[in-house]
Design a binder for this molecule. Sequence first.
Ligand code: GLU
Length: 421
Amino acid sequence: MRSIVTDYLADALFRVEPDTSGQTAQYIPELAGANPESLAAVVATIDGEVYGSGDSDVEFTIQSISKPFVYALALADRGFDAVLDKVGVEPSGEAFNEVSLEHDTGRPLNPMINAGALTVQSLIGSWNSEPEDRGERVRQGLSAFAGRELTIDERVYSSEMETAHRNLAIAHMLRSRDVLTEDPRKVVAGYVRQCAVVVTTRDLAMMAATLANRGVNPLTNEQVVSGEIVRHVLSVMFTCGMYDAAGDWATQVGIPAKSGVGGGLIGALPGQVGIATFSPRLDEHGHSVRGVSLFERFSSDMGLHVMEIPSAASSVVRSNRVHDGERGPTRVLRLQGGIRFAGAERIVRDIEESGIDEARVVFDVALVFSLDAVALRLILEGSRRLIDEGREVYFVDPDGILARADVGDAVIVEELEDAVG
Ligand code: GLU
């Protein structure tokens, strides 16, 4: 059978193809000459399935899409305090290359605009890393996110360096406020090299999927950065990733995203997929015109907005019945799905409100596939209170989802029959 998702992507490309508005990045000569007709879309799931359509293996430079990943590497190398001390996390509402800093502290407002990304570049590695070491750390780090060895396009690097006046101006301003403490020209060179890393749309989708998968690359299974760093980076992408179009993007598309003037655009949907598109004509914000249309389409067609309300918490209680077995009446709560705070609250409320009369209570977790820390605490506390009231409590747990939990005086059994007799 032909892949349904690939066919869907091909159809989406077909629909945006007639739009030839916008221009390739004119301020970097090598990018100005890119083939404006290139067009691709790739979806990568967090378990490593990749669906691509169009020019998904054509190479181009990553440009600003490197920013969230290099930010993640700096957080891993230096820790949150050292990085946040130098770069804020507030949306700027300004263009990517705005020459502006926070008035009082001199910090760049966020790591997605160039001022922030230049500062982040200086924070890669240890405090005394040489620029060459930082360059290699960035290349290797981006490769780990992509799951394959990436290289640098020296022509694009040299081309951008010839016209990097604005980034040099920003870097000198950062140096004058002591946000940068080294030669600003070297920092610009490092940043421009990071932007010149060569990727395909497929690579970008895999990098986004690594973010969506809490920092674990779905192909190599390497934990590239911690889950805590990923949550922070995705938050900054959501609020700042699309520069002065961030608010429109957050409301209409609702996927943490980042664009690059090479024509790439990525979105990472936590726990679901990484998506990437490629089309080099840009709008006035520096975002790919057809890329933005594709993402708008994907978000509404596939229901991908992160603020889409998930199924009601009450759905975690599949049934709450009294079972009449050999050992007398037993209250059986069959639970299901992924249980987080609101689901667990619903379970303990069911116990509290239904005024259980039975001497035995069973929590059947056979159909539960995940139970986060707070949900586990709530349910175990509910169990403890039932036991304190003099009842017996059982957990039906054939797959060992509670294997590492301390269930106290409750009893874990494999099957319902073992509990109700
Ligand atoms: N290297 C580009 C610059 O700094 C990246 C900009 C972008 O992709 O948004 O101008």
